[in-house]
Design a protein around this ligand. Structure first.
Ligand code: CTP
Ligand code: MG
Length: 269
């Protein structure tokens, strides 16, 4: 009788009733942009909100999900060392071994010329065991964990690509873009507002779908789900959140700090 066929008392001969083990989730955070629309200064992701770099807020927001066990930060091309020391300097949720929430690992890679290129460089650092991948803009530092978890749940339920989305407040016009800035632009069409959505991040993907999209789609796109659409695969929305807005222009910094102040009041400080 071999050792394998003689179960020890500590190891029952049968596995306990199967609990399907959910595939681990990794998040790629592109943070390599300059932030031209925010005006002169440090790269946008390194600008502070209430004293803490935007990127750290964004990393915390993703690591706050107990499902996310790896965060890959795509740093400004010459800023990897700075980003690594920022991550070391700030206490991050889930980072404490034995903390009971599962720990989160962090990896930093340098980014590229476009957001698409930066995401691709982040995906190149993705270990094989991660079956679900989120892509989240560092410029959306305040996304609530419930939004992150809703995206993960929809991917785990079988959607190849999931985007958080909100109805629009403004009516949207399609125009013939003017060649000189500020010149009047002819309106071409008015899409029915009720059918339009503004999409946010994190966008969530089945790993193979996202990798294939980044390997095969070369058109310029502004989000990752758009690449999956170009493959002809279905993309679905889940409800987004107003606090997941993108910090783009100077006024957005004011709004972000106001949201943080409101959270602190609500948390009883
Ligand atoms: N991004 C990136 N690499 C780039 C360009 C953008 O990782 N080459 C990231 C940004 O850091 C940001 C996200 O993609 O987290 C969304 O981009 P956007 O809001 O446009 O940020 P920026 O490109 O930095 O801003 P701007 O377009 O005003 O320069
Ligand atoms: Mg940009």
């Amino acid at each position: 009788m071999s050792d394998e066929s003689r179960p020890s008392p500590a190891q029952p001969p049968f596995a306990p009733a199967a609990t399907p083990v959910a595939t681990p989730v990794a998040a790629v955070i592109p943070a390599a942009g300059r932030g031209v629309r925010l005006g002169p200064g440090a790269p946008k992701a390194l600008r502070a909100l209430n004293g803490t770099p935007m990127l750290i807020h964004a990393v915390r927001a993703l690591a706050a999900s107990r499902h996310v066990s790896l965060v890959i930060v795509v740093a400004p091309p010459d800023g990897s060392a700075e980003v690594k020391s920022l991550l070391d300097a700030h206490a991050l949720p889930g980072g404490t071994p034995g903390g009971g929430r599962g720990s989160t690992d962090f990896v930093v890679v340098p980014g590229g010329e476009s957001r698409q290129e930066s995401v691709r460089l982040g995906l190149a650092a993705l270990p094989p065991e991660y079956g679900v991948v989120l892509v989240h803009d560092a410029a959306r530092p305040l996304v609530p964990v419930d939004t992150v978890d809703a995206v993960i749940e929809a991917v785990r339920d079988g959607a190849p690509a999931v985007v958080p989305a909100l109805p629009l407040a403004d009516t949207v016009k399609e125009v013939e873009p003017a060649t000189e800035p500020g010149a009047p632009e002819p309106v071409v069409a008015t899409p029915e507002r009720a059918r339009l959505r503004a999409v946010q991040t994190p966008q969530g993907f089945d790993r193979a779908t996202l990798l294939r999209a980044h390997e095969t789609v070369t058109d310029d796109v502004t989000d990752d789900a758009g690449m999956v659409e170009k493959l002809g695969l279905p993309v679905v929305t889940v409800p987004g959140h107003e606090e997941a807005f993108k910090v783009t222009r100077p006024l957005d910094l004011v709004l972000a700090e106001a949201v943080l102040a409101r959270r602190r009041l609500n948390d009883g400080f």
